[in-house]
Design a binder for this molecule. Structure first.
Ligand code: ARG
Length: 466
């Protein structure tokens, strides 16, 4: 079959070349964007008097017919057509005749066409991922609201450090995901410029109206430099980076879910709907979903590095290397969409064991700092001495096989006369320790309530953007 570009060729392509060169296997995913771009382009050509209104109308009808054929699964995608752009144009020729279809590519090149299709697809995916992130944030918010008084150990170095509420811990993730959402939004706004009409690399001598196509396709304006528009893909890099960062966050959450579901922690229980069994050990209930999301982080990081590397050192303007931009982005988008959706559903259907979290707080003398602070603040004891007295109280608790928070008033006062008071005893309370951290951004119930209020306002504001 003769290629659209074969005018100057006297030999047919080798089959291996066709196989190697074609992108249709994966860029057929861009059919909607390709057809929308062609409809906008033909309408603009007509309103600028470059083709007739009748020609534009028959192009539009033909392109809409192709859209229907693809959606009904009636369209044959052939390797010989190379890519989605030529496949659609060839089919248009069969429907409306080559005399009309042949005018569609006036003032356009596949270089701006692919830059447009890929950008439109990236923008659409940006919105879908934001929708999934929004649901995840909302789900975490609903869980957090229920747990402002549920104590769990806060960790540093994976060692028990200070008691915090589960709500506080979950709010930390919510703020990460809110930033991920905002980053996607700012990438969207930055990328919302239309490359169509850049042509091959240098613009076109035809009197086109790029602002018209930009508006018709939902962009805020045309891009500013045709060479830049056909040769850069930083909108795709930003998307890949944004997804990679989301996975940095989800992988940390998933790692904690895996830990929290273990018998060592026992903080969390997954529903049967979102856990799996073992083929050999009947008692097992595995957090495969969390592990897979953690594991998929590798491929989304890989996709980012792959495109960065592909684009590095490419001379301007378009180079065929750039055809390699698509599969990694498609993969990262698909991976993000399903991972965010299942993570939210898994969290929604899981439960937390407050008793187990509380018991864990009783390991590690988490209120030791509170006792030392009490001695300094309320008894005027110099910090060094306070540290020493508290150390002796910890040693006593250890010798009794108890946690510091479990010492009785008599036991506590036996350490030092200064500890003989109800206030000293209440300084050992784990709940009091959590509630004492009332500083802005802290873990106390009131501080967390302000964080939840902030999140709630964010959820209201971004409802329509998700
Ligand atoms: N399939 C190509 C790609 O994805 C379309 C652009 C081809 N342009 C060209 N000058 N060969 O990049």
């Amino acid at each position: 079959m003769s290629k659209m570009w074969a005018g100057r060729f006297s030999q047919a392509s080798d089959a291996l070349l066709e196989e190697f060169n074609a992108s249709i296997k994966f860029d057929k995913r861009l059919y909607k964007e390709d057809i929308a771009g062609s409809i906008a382009h033909s309408a603009m050509l007509a309103s600028c008097g470059i083709i007739s209104q009748a020609e534009a109308a028959s192009m539009k009808a033909g392109l809409e017919q192709i859209l229907g054929e693809i959606e009904r699964g009636e369209f044959s995608f052939l390797i010989a057509d190379e890519d989605i752009h030529m496949a659609v144009e060839k089919r248009l020729g069969q429907i409306v005749g080559v005399d009309i279809a042949g005018r569609l590519h006036t003032a356009r090149s596949r270089n701006d066409q692919v830059a447009l299709d890929f950008r439109l697809y990236t923008q659409k995916s940006n919105l879908s991922i934001r929708g999934r992130l929004y649901t995840l944030i909302h789900t975490l918010f609903e869980i957090a609201r229920e747990h402002t008084l549920s104590l769990m150990p806060g960790f540093t170095h994976l060692q028990h450090a200070q008691p915090v509420s589960l709500a506080y811990h979950l709010c930390a993730y919510i703020f990460m995901f809110m930033r991920d959402f905002d980053r996607l939004k700012s990438s969207y706004d930055r990328a919302n410029l239309c490359p169509l009409g850049s042509a091959a690399l240098a613009g076109t001598p035809h009197p086109i109206d790029r602002a018209q196509t930009a508006a018709a396709l939902g962009f805020s304006a045309p891009t500013f430099n045709a060479m830049d528009s056909v040769s850069d893909r930083d909108f795709a890099l930003e998307m890949l980076f944004n997804i990679a960062t989301i996975f940095t966050h989800t992988s940390r959450l998933c790692e904690e879910i895996v830990l929290w579901c273990s018998s060592e922690f026992g903080f969390m229980k997954l529903s049967d709907k979102f856990s799996t069994g073992s083929s050999i050990m009947p008692q097992k209930k595995n957090p495969d979903v969390a592990e897979l999301i953690r594991g998929k982080t590798g491929r989304v990081y890989g996709n980012l590095i792959a495109l960065l590397t592909t684009l590095k050192s490419l001379p301007l303007a378009y180079n065929k290397d750039m055809q390699e931009d698509k599969e990694g982005l498609f993969d990262s988008v698909d991976t993000a969409l399903i991972s965010l959706e299942i993570l939210a559903k898994m969290l929604k259907s899981s439960s937390f064991d407050k008793g187990a979290m509380m018991n864990a707080c009783k390991k590690g003398h988490l209120s030791a700092t509170d006792l030392a602070d009490y001695l300094v603040k309320s008894c005027g004891v110099p910090f060094r001495q306070a540290h020493h007295i508290t150390g002796r109280a910890v040693a006593l608790a250890e010798s009794l096989g108890k946690d510091l928070s479990e010492l009785s008033k008599t036991e506590l006062s036996s350490v030092d006369e200064v500890l003989n008071s109800d206030e000293a005893l209440s300084a050992l309370s784990l709940a009091a320790s959590m509630q004492a951290r009332r500083s802005y951004g802290g873990t106390s119930e009131t501080s967390v309530q302000s964080q939840l209020d902030m999140i709630s306002a964010w959820l209201d504001t971004n409802f329509s953007l998700s």
